[in-house]
Structures are given as C-alpha cells and as structure tokens.
Design a protein around this ligand. Structure first.
Ligand SMILES: NC(=O)c1ccc[n+]([C@@H]2O[C@H](COP(=O)([O-])OP(=O)(O)OC[C@H]3O[C@@H](n4cnc5c(N)ncnc54)[C@H](OP(=O)(O)O)[C@@H]3O)[C@@H](O)[C@H]2O)c1
Length: 219
C-alpha cells in the first residue's frame, strides 16, 4: 500500500492524476482543493481543504495528516493570474502568485518532510515557463514565470538537502495542457500528463532533475 498527497485535485491535471492513480487499489490518495471538494468518490481517496496562500490552512491540513506516513507529495496546485499577453509587473499579482506557487508550496512541503517513508518522492509541478533554457522565451506572464523558476531552484536545493534521507525531489513540466489554466487550444490532455506523473512515481528517478514526458529536460 502506498500513500500519497496531491494538491489541487478539484480539476485539471490534479483531478486527472487522482483519477488515474486511484485505479490502483493499493494506492491511497489524499487530495486537496481550496473548498475541500472534489468530484472523485472512491474508497481509496479523500479530499481535504487547503488554501496555500494561508498559513493557518496549511497548518490545519498538516494537523489532519498528523503522523501518517506518506510515499509521495505532488505539489500540483498553482495559479496563473495574469492575461497571457501581459508583461508589466503588478506587485499585487506577484505577491499573490508567489504566496500560492512558491511560499505556500514550500511551507506545506517543509511541514510534511518528517512524514516521508524511505524512497519517498516530492514532485513539484513547475512549467516550461519556469525554465531558463526555453528557445522561444518571451516577456509575458512574468509573475507566474518567476514563481515557477524559483520553485525549480527549491527542487534543486531540497534534492541536495534530502539526499541522505533517501527522499527524491523532482520538478515536472507538464507541457501545455487543456485545463482551466491552459485553455482549450492546449496540445496535451490532462490524462496524458497524469500518465507521465504516474510513470515518474513508479520509478526511483535520480533526484534533482526536471522532467518532461518521461525524459530529463534542461532547466
Ligand atoms: N495547464 C497547463 O498548460 C500547465 C502548463 C504548465 C504547468 N502547469 C502547472 O500544472 C499545475 C496544475 O495546473 P492546471 O492546469 O491543472 O490548473 P487548474 O485547472 O487551474 O487547477 C488548479 C488547481 O489548483 C488549486 N488551487 C488554486 N488556488 C489554490 C490555492 N490558493 N491553494 C490551494 N490550491 C489552489 C485549484 O483548486 P480550486 O478548484 O479549489 O480552486 C485546482 O485544483 C499548476 O501548478 C500549473 O502551474 C499547467
């Protein structure tokens, strides 16, 4: 029996990942959404409220988990506030985006580290928009891009820090995906991305890498 936590599973990539992983009865999944609601009803799945922009909500969730041992944490929940053609910095958007995509995600992760079993995995869902090596780099979505770039650095730092505890830390780039965030023109389906996450979880990958469609990609 493996137990894992997936944040942001009310819709999109998180929903598809929970739906796929819970097909395996030897898998117990704890999911989150801001309301605590998720349309998936399976005996090996429970959903709890978690708002990553609020420390109290993160504390309450961590208290609910208590001493439960976990095998993986998929930091999937995230927000994109700006319009796609927006390049100007809006400090309020920057703060809100960092609160969820970076600070809340890190606060939650740090609280859950003592719960991990050996060979546990932390997967930070970041983005090609958080990469420094993109060929078609442009000036748009600045708040989101900075938050995901910083989360990529957290992956690298945490991977080093947890080396001796046998906890594997990865960043994961889903690709442009058909969700509320990605829109309907996106090239990938959430189910395909869920399958990539399942494959990453099924292996014991080398820690501290950035994954896309089953391969290590450039940061
Ligand atoms: N879609 C893409 O093309 C794409 C590409 C690259 C990377 N990504 C990344 O993939 C991940 C999933 O994206 P998605 O496209 O599936 O997004 P989505 O459809 O917009 O779903 C976002 C999820 O995050 C949760 N969430 C939002 N605000 C939150 C908060 N303050 N605290 C806790 N949870 C919160 C939402 O819960 P509620 O329903 O309760 O609001 C929802 O479950 C994100 O990290 C995103 O940045 C997506």
């Amino acid at each position: 029996m493996k137990t894992g936590i997936i944040t942001g599973c009310s819709r999109g990539i998180g929903f598809a990942t929970v739906d796929l992983l819970t097909e395996n009865e030897n898998m117990k999944i704890i999911g989150t959404s801001t309301t605590g609601n998720c349309a998936i009803t399976k005996s090996n799945f429970e959903c709890f409220p978690l708002n990553l922009s609020k420390s109290k909500s993160i504390n309450d969730f961590a208290n609910l988990i208590g001493n439960t041992k976990i095998d993986f944490l998929v930091n999937n929940a995230g927000i994109l506030l700006e319009n796609w053609n927006e390049s100007a910095i809006n400090l309020e958007y920057l703060r809100q985006t960092f609160n969820v995509n970076l600070f809340g995600t890190i606060e939650l992760t740090e609280k859950l580290i003592p719960n991990f079993n050996k060979n546990g995995q932390i997967i930070n869902i970041t983005s090609d928009w958080g990469s420094f090596s993109e060929k078609n780099f442009d000036e748009f979505q600045p708040h989101y891009k900075m938050s995901k770039a910083a989360l990529n650095m957290y992956t690298k730092l945490l991977a080093k820090r947890l080396e001796n505890q046998n906890i594997i830390v990865s960043s994961f780039d889903p690709g442009w995906t058909q969700t509320d965030m990605g829109g309907t023109d996106a090239t990938r389906k959430p189910q395909e991305v869920a399958n990539d996450i399942k494959n990453l979880l099924s292996n014991i990958p080398e820690s501290g890498n950035f994954w896309h469609q089953g391969k290590i990609r450039a940061w």
